[in-house]
Design a protein. Sequence first.
Length: 97
Amino acid sequence: MKIDHIAINVRDIEKSVEWYMENIGGRILYKDETWALLRMGGAKIALTVASQHKPHIGFRVDNLIDFDTEEIKKHRDGTRYVYREDPDGNVIEWVCY
């Protein structure tokens, strides 16, 4: 398991993508009106709108066999994932490509 991405909420996807590209650089892996995925160095940052996703840390795993099947969901890009909260309410995502 390794960190796949960090997701933060932003008010405006387009404006935020522009800011990150101008100030940090990197590559846009995906972008629509509700979220964008940016690669910056060896890391990925997901910019999301609050109505679609909570801020979270995503860990990449090889499979999701340790989770109940009803917990496993699919993102629009076909990746499977599970969201859970830690004891303090921080959201952790296990994502499988």
